[in-house]
Ligand binder design. Sequence first.
Ligand code: ADP
Ligand code: MG
Length: 357
Amino acid sequence: MATVRIENLTKTYEKVTAVDGLSLDIADGEFFVILGPSGAGKTTTLKSVAGLVDVDAGEVSIAGTSMEGVEPYHRNVAMAFESYALYPQKTVFDNLASPLRSGRTGKYSAQDQQQRIEAVTTTLGIDHLLKRLPRELSNGQRQRVALGRVLVRTADVYLLDEPLSHLDAKLRAAMRAELKQLGEMSSTTTLYVTHDYQEALALGDRIAVLRNGRLVQVGTPYEIWHDPVDTFVARALGQPEINLVDAAVSDGRLRSADGSVDIPAPTHLDLPDGRARLGIRPRDLGLVAPGQEAPADSLVVRGRVKLAERLGRLMEFSVESGAQELIVVADSDVRAREGDEVSLVLPLADVHVFAPL
Ligand code: ADP
Ligand code: MG
């Protein structure tokens, strides 16, 4: 049973404020993701929970107990670092067994050790590497062993700092599906740091988005995806990034300055007159190829295809429309080529509206 409470945490290195008045409340058993670009303060936050940095202000409590003055060794947390520290002269098996033999969390019987190592290495896809030495592994394999070292033992809280960052995309996707199923992970409070929004959306019970050491938004993946509080969050989610269009709101309509976008203001948003920024995700835009009809009653923007690029099973188009350039991701059966005049279908319900610049 362990909640984690971070209250008003601040940590400054020389001139850089790495974490700036951060407060987070993490529930017992929650899989909590901290998402943000490099330098956002994610690692510093995790290290503060582990007790590995002296914070300037604020407090961390685990299971309702303040960790002030509690040595890292006495906090029952297990942390995996971005760099994978392994014993170079020990085999993978012994690297994984050593946290179970150290006695910090109580001793595990030989049978228990064997079972835990088996469960973790199967999930991580490293069960065939048990006799190897770290130098005989690839970076991705080493990173999985390092993660395994954390997950084999029980702890009140797992702290995982970009644990899949060195894996290739395919393996990363496969592992993120399996990670949460791993026995202990499914019930142990986990703080998981990543800069990869897909990982965050796939894994998090909730996600906190950090920018310059500050909390920008916290919520479920659904809330963060559907209701990003600002353009920073909206842009952090999605590749290619969300399209942003400056517009004026008046008479119940949204118009871009160049007139290319002129649509009814979404009634569910109840917008005051003035300026706004529209956000439209590339996958939410429809592309109507030359010679095809846009669905009746659809809101259409005209444009010309500047670039067409295949993205695996999808196509990415860059469409020039007035002064804007809009990115569209469409199914690959959409036949449009560079230079074609096309229509883009705007999905009113999926248009996000943000404060103006
Ligand atoms: P993230 O993990 O999100 O990339 P970090 O917590 O590592 O961010 O770093 C946040 C900021 O603090 C960065 O600007 C980084 O350069 C700075 N920083 C982190 N650790 C140190 C350190 N030991 N000394 C000086 N600056 C640091
Ligand atoms: Mg980091």
